[in-house]
Design a protein around this ligand. Sequence first.
Ligand code: ADP
Length: 419
Amino acid sequence: MRILVINSGSSSVKYKFFVTPDNVSLAEGQVERIGLSGSMLHHKRADGDRVRVGVDVTDHSQAIDAVIAVLISPNHGVISDKSEIDAVGHRIAHGGESLTASVLVTPEIRKEIENCIELAPLHNPHNLRGIDACAELLPGVPQVAVFDTAFHHTMPPHAYVYALPYVLYRRYGLRRYGFHGPSHYYVAHRAAEIVGRDLEKLKVITCHLGNGCSMAAVRHGKSVDTSMGFTPLEGLVMGTRCGDIDPAVVPYIMGKERLMVSEVNAMLNKHSGLAGISGISSDMREIEEQALAGNERAGLALDIFCYRVRKYLGAYAAVMGGVDVIVFTGGIGVNSPIVRRMSLDGLGFLGVGLDDGLNEQSTGRDADISAADSKVRVLAILTNEELVIALDTDRIVGNLNKPEDELHAQDHQERGADA
Ligand code: ADP
């Protein structure tokens, strides 16, 4: 099956084009600055061919039209006609409490995604624009929605209910949802493959450290806790987000600085984290450079970032009654030996040992960086969220064409395997 994976954001559309069952990506890219001056399309084919062109796109529909045009273009394309696109998989930020697994987009499901807009006002509307654009440009092509929140729906209530008046959970769905689901799912499975053990028998802590950062406790293949919460603001220190703080800070600072709700929101989401502490940058490469050059606040930002990761490692080991594998992923996790070393510092009591040489040498690729005598395996893994979306799309669309009795047999088999 030829599958177009779409990640539709506020002013960008990212895409990747897969062929299953080989699970290879033929091309990928993005359209940037939708609706702004200087819109650009970056397109990269698997054979290395690259193109960067200015495009005139004022909305998501025009952006996806430009993506389809480059995919079928004689010079840079990978197919000759848009009818060769068999299915589209969309990354959707929030599925709320009802959408707990990937699903075929029908008018009812579209409505449910719309109902979740209140929970993700910055993401779901743009994700829906992607769905609507594909429905218009690729009529009749099945679309599948894959939710960032879905992998964490296995969390128990004691992990997802906040200690607020319970009525707020009932009334507004105010609870921990967690995000980065496809990434945590992918690296947990890949980790089991690398260590050669059954994921059903492992306690894994996955650390997705990119511009946004989150960790998950994955026990026997299921997420039992995660650091992002009602929104992606909770938990770890991020590029520009503060992560955990005392909630009393919010009314206090609003009074002191006479801030409006939107201003305090911007402060916590856009002007905090590495950027806020260091006053230099939200980019970990720059923070590391400046810290090594002796800049104190860059050093402090790095310390706080890694200390927070270490606290969650301890917490999630406690949550699961131990840990077998720790995985680092995301741009920072897979590329930064310094962050990995500092985050694991002092965790020898948990049986965590890092091989400093392997750690230093391993950037930008999958690697086992544990010390030979480490009880806990420490891995760096390149995440592949788009592949998870493509595989779910392949499975769901593939099932559409299967006869009823075959589906029943498959369902029975899957449930048997779960038990
Ligand atoms: P996103 O969350 O937007 O997908 P990424 O996963 O690409 O972002 O992560 C971006 C982060 O990874 C940035 O903070 C960047 O500085 C960091 N990063 C990338 N390469 C390195 C590196 N070699 N060393 C340290 N940090 C790195």
